[in-house]
Design a protein around this ligand. Structure first.
Ligand SMILES: [Zn+2]
Length: 362
């Protein structure tokens, strides 16, 4: 058994969207109630468990929050359960002490924790007390639903579904390529990925493309009265631009990584030492725009899931400076040299392609 999760955008009607907001509000209220009770417990030198707090909350909820009768009690129950986890982790020193949730925080609630109250049928999902909500796409995996979280991001609703599934009967096996071979992958700013089989994947650099839009949105926000109605509008515009940028980047990373993984029998990559490169101010912006380490993480994860071995070259391995034909090392290669010319054997080759060949696992 293995876990898979999928996030799908929802197309709720107005009534459903309002209900989801209410559920998220209910989850927040329950969480904050629980946290304040837990803090009182700490002051009185007693450790209140999830069960204690749930009992306390259930005893008062219909008096204190009578509006919650119309809502699914899963929202509050799971919020308290998550609080219980958070304080346990805090006790073990794994994270900091939980803080109260604010209205302005990310809006979300957990609709189910594997109790079977959520049903999925084709492109629809049945959420407790909300009913059948349309989804943008179907669930990719077959299995038992073990967790369902509904959240709102940039005015869009999403559902994140965690499924316990048997991977042997996956519906969507990746198509197998006959020409699977060991691949070296060089990542960079100009080209996101250059592979040793000659494939290249472009880097969309969305931040650069949206630079002016972003600056305008930032300027507009700074001119509004803080927390006024227009300030909130400007803030929504700004977060919309950021959302768009994130989507473009994420999409490019997913497309490139899956294509590489499908063609590879083994993958060789370099170890990025970004923190050193970020000190170069000219490069810093372009580097953070391309989010290369995020891309490599994704590539590693996808290769791992398919059992493709991935080797990381030593941090000091000069993949760009070494000639891929004769092994000669060049000392004076600068970042602006786009072609590699070997003075020993006379090889003329694209710089990134040369590095990719060097990174290719034997
Ligand atoms: Zn050479």
């Amino acid at each position: 058994m293995e876990c898979r999760s999928q996030q799908i955008q929802l197309n709720p009607n107005n009534k459903q969207a309002t209900l989801m907001s209410q559920h998220a509000g209910y989850a927040r209220v329950a969480y904050n109630f629980g946290l304040s009770s837990f803090k009182q417990g700490l002051e009185a030198d007693e450790w209140r468990t999830y069960v204690d707090i749930k009992r306390e909350f259930n005893a008062v909820k219909y008096d204190k929050f009578d509006w919650c009768k119309e809502l699914s009690q899963n929202a509050s129950k799971n919020a308290l359960h998550n609080l219980g986890d958070a304080v346990t982790r805090w006790k073990k020193g794994q994270n900091s002490f939980p803080v109260y949730k604010k209205r302005s925080d990310r809006i979300s609630y957990q609709a189910d924790n594997g109790t079977g109250t959520v049903e999925v049928y084709k492109k629809r999902i049945n959420l407790p007390k909300i009913g059948w909500v349309r989804m943008r796409e179907q669930l990719r995996y077959k299995g038992t639903i073990s967790k369902v979280v509904v959240s709102k991001r940039n005015n869009r609703w999403f559902v994140s579904v965690l499924i316990d599934c048997d991977i042997s009967n996956f519906k969507h096996q990746p198509p197998l390529f006959d020409d699977k071979q060991p691949l070296g992958v060089d990542v960079g700013i100009n080209t996101l990925a250059t592979c040793s089989n000659g494939d290249t994947y472009d880097n969309p650099r969305p931040l650069k493309r949206y630079e002016r839009k972003l600056a305008r949105a930032n300027r507009s926000l700074s001119r509004k009265v803080y927390l006024s109605k227009n300030w909130h509008k400007a803030k929504a515009v700004l977060s919309g631009v950021h959302y768009r940028i994130g989507c473009i980047r994420e999409d490019a990373h997913h497309q490139a990584s899956i294509r590489i993984v499908r063609k590879a029998s083994a993958i060789g990559i370099e170890t990025l030492h970004i923190s050193g490169l970020l000190k170069n101010r000219k490069l810093a912006k372009a580097l953070s725009d391309s989010a290369l380490s995020g891309f490599l993480t994704l590539l590693k994860y996808k290769a791992d899931r398919r059992g493709i071995p991935i080797t990381e070259a030593d941090q000091f391995f000069a993949s760009s400076k070494t000639c891929s034909r004769c092994g000669e090392k060049k000392k004076d290669l600068t970042l602006s040299d786009r072609t590699y010319h070997c003075s020993e054997c006379g090889l003329d080759i694209d710089r990134d392609f040369n590095a990719a060949i060097n990174l290719c696992p034997a």
